[in-house]
Structure formats: C-alpha cells, structure tokens
Design a protein around this ligand. Structure first.
Ligand SMILES: [Zn+2]
Ligand SMILES: [Zn+2]
Length: 237
C-alpha cells in the first residue's frame, strides 16, 4: 500500500463560469504557490475550462481532473472524471446517474448551504438521500468563509459513518483561494485519488490564512455575484 499522502483541491472555479482567474493563471498559481498534487476544475455547468486546463497538464508536475459543478433542480452536484458535459436543470437523481454513466465520481459540495442539495435545514433530506442517492463523497470542508456553519453541520452529519468519503475543496473563485480547502489522499496521481475515495480513506482539511482570504472575498463578492448572475442567465438556455 502506498504510504505517500498528497493534497488535492477538488473544487475550483475559473473565468469559464463565475471565477475571476483564467485557466493559465490557475495552472501557474498551483505550480508555484501550492503543494497540490491534483486539482479539479469544477466550473458551473461547463467542461470548457476543465478541458482547457487538462490540455495544459503536460507542462506541469501536478494532474488535472476534468470536473463540473452541475446546478441540479435541488442544488449543486460535482462530477469528477467527466467526458461529457451534463446540463443544468435536471433532478438530483438524474444528474447523479449521468455522472455514474460516465464512470465519474459524485461529490455533494457544501451540502448544507442554501445552494447545497440538502439545503440549510436539510438533515432529514440528507438521511433519506444517503439511502436513495449513490454519491461517492460529501464535501465536508468548503473554504468559502460564509459557509463555516454549513461545514460544521456537514462534518457532524458525516461523523455518523455513512460509508461515504469525505472531501475538502476550496470552492475558489479567486486565485488566492486555491488550496485553502483540500482533500488528503493516499498516493500522488488522479487515479490514486479516485482509489482513495473508493476506499473511504480521504480526509478534508483546511489551510491556514483563512482570514486574509475572507477579506479578499469581502471585496470581491459584488463582482462574483455579477458573474454568478451572468452564469445563471447562461444556464437557462
Ligand atoms: Zn456550489
Ligand atoms: Zn463551487
């Protein structure tokens, strides 16, 4: 068994949805300012940015996972290792089954936030969903500052031992947010990461320096909100 553990940030946005950093900037930042071995680009309802990042992967010594954060009818769902883009607006179950069809990994991000599929008061929905929905992992750490409470609820719910892997992601919409939340996995490659999720041995962790990033977010939130509004318009087509 591989005894090397590495970090992956499995939740990053770029200018292809409502992030403020361009893909080449993200690649440079990850290479020079972080110790991440794997990143997933998970733009809202598009694989465009993730595919672009994947095409640049050979230039760097970390790996890129093609992902998408899909706006299902009941909230956001992340698919990793995707080949085909999945449209917004499907039910949660349909979204999840489309990810499975592609042999992708399903992660429920920020499950108890208002854009999370269980909603801010969704503990009952969560308990049912664990039985009904075949998801692989629950994001129990998301570094967007105002999600602190939702992270704590997610971590507590998760502590019940549901046979679901725990992952962490930054949900970075800014360059400086990348790597603030991450998943610790056994091995070094994207395929090791997938195997580690399957074995339920991943851990969610947070990097230091959150306050600094929180302040930057406070300045940029109006801009991110505008980008989100734009993205939402685009999703409706
Ligand atoms: Zn989200
Ligand atoms: Zn996100």
């Amino acid at each position: 068994m591989n005894e090397v553990w590495s970090k992956a940030d499995l939740h990053i946005h770029s200018t292809h949805s409502d992030g403020t950093a361009k893909i080449p900037e993200i690649m440079e930042y990850v290479a020079t300012k972080t110790d991440l071995a794997v990143i997933a680009i998970t733009d809202h309802n598009t694989l465009e940015g993730a595919r672009f990042a994947k095409s640049l992967e050979d230039l760097y010594d970390f790996e890129v996972v093609v992902g998408e954060e899909i706006s299902s009818k009941s909230g956001h769902i992340i698919g990793l290792f995707l080949e085909e883009e999945i449209p917004a607006g499907l039910s949660a179950l349909e979204t999840i089954s489309r990810i499975h069809e592609q042999n992708g990994v399903v992660i429920i991000p920020h499950p108890f936030s208002n854009r999370g599929i269980f909603g801010p008061f969704g503990r009952t929905a969560f308990a049912q969903a664990v039985n009904e929905m075949a998801f692989h992992a629950l994001e129990i750490y998301n570094s967007v500052p105002y999600l602190g409470w939702a992270n704590r609820v997610a971590a507590k719910m998760f502590a019940g031992g549901q046979g679901i892997a725990a992952t962490g992601g930054s949900d970075a919409h800014l360059l400086q947010g990348i790597g603030r939340g991450y998943t610790l996995f056994r091995g070094t490659s994207a395929e090791d990461l997938r195997a580690s999720i399957d074995r339920l041995e991943t851990r969610a962790e947070a990097a230091r320096g959150g306050l600094n990033v929180a302040l930057r977010y406070a300045f940029r939130i109006p801009r991110i909100r505008r980008l989100q509004a734009w993205n939402w318009e685009r999703c409706k087509d």
